[in-house]
Design a protein around this ligand. Structure first.
Ligand SMILES: Cc1cc2nc3c(=O)[nH]c(=O)nc-3n(C[C@H](O)[C@H](O)[C@H](O)COP(=O)(O)OP(=O)(O)OC[C@H]3O[C@@H](n4cnc5c(N)ncnc54)[C@H](O)[C@@H]3O)c2cc1C
Length: 490
């Protein structure tokens, strides 16, 4: 019997898992995909929002501001890069300047510190590549950047280190309330008994709440598409540049990443299919127009990739974080759309409080270690440090991903860590191998070989992103034998 089963290994589920791992209770997190951070938590703007957007009084507003304050210390504990670059909402017309005043007031009501409106000259000095039409901006110095999947993975690693079990490739298919007490959570990997169930299933939270017999609500997927530019344009903008927001979104931004790329996006379109993360021509056109409005000289010949993410928009248009009144012990953490990434650390604390109110006794574990194993990022070291490292472990001298300077030792580490990588994309999210200009064209076969060797698996069984995405389909030797040809090669 687990004390708590958490459904969903996104930023929400992993933050809750890590927060609860401080206490002496049994926890299992179940995730339908082969890794954590495979849902919305891998496809978003990666902005730690300051908190001036959401309407005062909403959970989105309160948890955004609370979460923003928790980020710097948490990232330090978990050894995750965090950049306090600040953000600007840029007005290009008189009407938009009035919107800045509204945002400033909302920000004040939400408790955001140090907000101010700046004029054209200061703005152009801060960001010289901005459109000459930019007239004023809301300056929010507490806005920051984080890598959303690296942060989610770090939370999962640390939770696992502190005793949380992770069931991956485990899709929850049914949640049965047991007569005596607790739940039977049925998954594609087997069943678990639990006293409490936390529903952090992102886009599918509405369906799981219904399955459990708890409160009904709806989640609509709202797609946002992006284009990412080559790192050589790092510095084109330093702050996160927002347009003035629309009724349903913060608009198309031009934004740096913690890793030195620049991206534009997202647009904002409601769709039907909760799995559709395709990027299409009309979407690209829309984000190009939006990006050019803020920064006209975007280097469109140097786009290296595109991606899309789906916001989980609830019918209440706010986060739904509450213990079910209908099914005791079931806690909904649904509708976690933007600013869910920013809010996640505060959501985790709120969920802890809900569980306590529901009767879960939390006794601190003296063995809790807030630090995950340190990561060596070879590309960030100077030559002396690199030499030292290679002497200790020659696998640091073997570069696997040339675009991002990722070594064999880092890939091995990503596989051997808690909640280790089991696919090419899982290695990519942990090391950046395959995230550069060639997008894995050169390093994917090398990563596949290392995965097979480390896991003692057949190369044919190594996948890009879990079951059904195998990269190799058969051996030439077998093919040639069938064809009756030369069979020297395998
Ligand atoms: C375009 C876009 C831009 C955004 N930008 C920002 C931003 O800049 N800043 C910010 O703060 N927020 C941003 N957000 C919001 C943020 O990304 C989300 O709020 C956050 O990632 C939600 O995390 P989650 O864990 O709730 O959901 P997810 O990451 O989707 O995780 C849910 C998990 O549950 C799993 N699951 C689902 N069903 C089952 C099942 N039956 N059994 C087992 N597992 C299941 C899924 O596989 C998934 O891994 C953005 C979102 C989008 C789409």
């Amino acid at each position: 019997m687990e004390d708590v089963v958490i459904i969903g290994g996104g930023i929400t589920g992993c933050s809750i898992a890590r927060e609860l791992s401080r206490y002496d209770i049994k926890i299992t997190l179940v995730e339908k995909e082969e890794d954590v951070a495979c849902g919305t938590s891998k496809g978003n703007s990666a902005v730690v929002h300051a908190g001036f957007d959401a309407s005062p009084g909403t959970w989105k507003a309160k948890l955004n501001v609370a979460g923003n304050k928790l980020y710097p210390a948490l990232c330090e504990e978990l050894d995750v890069p965090f950049v306090l670059n600040g953000s600007l909402v840029v007005a290009v017309s008189e009407e938009e300047e009035r919107v800045l005043e509204e945002l400033l007031e909302k920000g004040r009501l939400n408790g955001v510190n140090n907000l101010r409106i700046i004029g054209k000259d200061e703005l152009q000095a801060m960001e010289p590549n901005l459109s000459s039409k930019a007239r004023a901006a809301l300056d929010a110095p507490t806005g920051g950047l984080v890598c959303p999947y690296e942060f989610t993975i770090a939370l999962a690693e640390n939770a696992n280190q502190n005793g949380v079990k992770f069931w991956l490739n485990a899709m929850v298919t049914d949640i049965e309330k047991l007569e005596d007490s607790g739940f039977l959570v049925k998954t594609s990997r087997g069943s678990l008994r639990a006293k409490y169930v936390i529903n952090a299933a992102g886009l599918f939270a509405d369906e799981l709440s219904k399955i459990a017999g708890a409160e009904e609500y709806t989640i609509t997927p709202r797609k946002g598409e992006y284009l990412v530019f080559d790192k050589q344009f790092s510095g084109l903008v330093k702050k996160t540049i927002f347009p003035t927001p629309s009724k349903i979104s913060k608009g198309i931004l031009v934004c740096p990443t913690v890793d030195g790329n620049i991206f534009i996006g997202p647009n904002s379109n409601n769709i039907q299919d909760k799995l559709d993360t395709s990027v299409k021509a009309p979407g690209i056109k829309e984000i190009i127009e939006g990006g050019k409005k803020l920064v006209p000289n975007l280097p469109f010949k140097n786009v290296i990739t595109s991606f899309a993410g789906l916001r989980a928009v609830s019918n209440t248009n706010d986060f739904i974080i509450e213990a079910s009144k209908q099914v005791k012990g079931f806690v909904n953490v649904g509708g976690i759309q933007s600013p869910g990434l920013t809010s996640a650390p505060a959501i985790a604390q709120m969920v802890k409080g809900i569980l306590q109110d529901e009767g879960l006794i939390l006794k601190e574990k003296p063995t809790f270690n807030p630090h995950r194993p340190m990561k060596k990022r070879f590309r960030e070291l100077n030559n002396e440090e690199r030499e030292q490292l290679i002497k200790q472990n020659p696998a640091y001298g073997h570069i696997i991903c040339r675009c991002e300077t990722v070594t064999e030792a880092e890939i091995i580490d990503a596989i051997r860590r808690p909640v280790g990588a089991r696919s090419i994309d899982a290695v990519k999210r942990r090391t950046r191998a395959g995230m550069g200009r060639c997008q894995g064209g050169f390093c994917s076969p090398r990563v596949l070989e290392i995965l097979a060797r480390e896991l003692g698996a057949d190369k044919l069984d190594i996948t890009k992103k879990g079951p059904g995405s195998n990269l190799l389909l058969g051996r030439i030797k077998e093919f040639l034998q069938v064809e009756g040809g030369d069979n020297n090669d395998n």
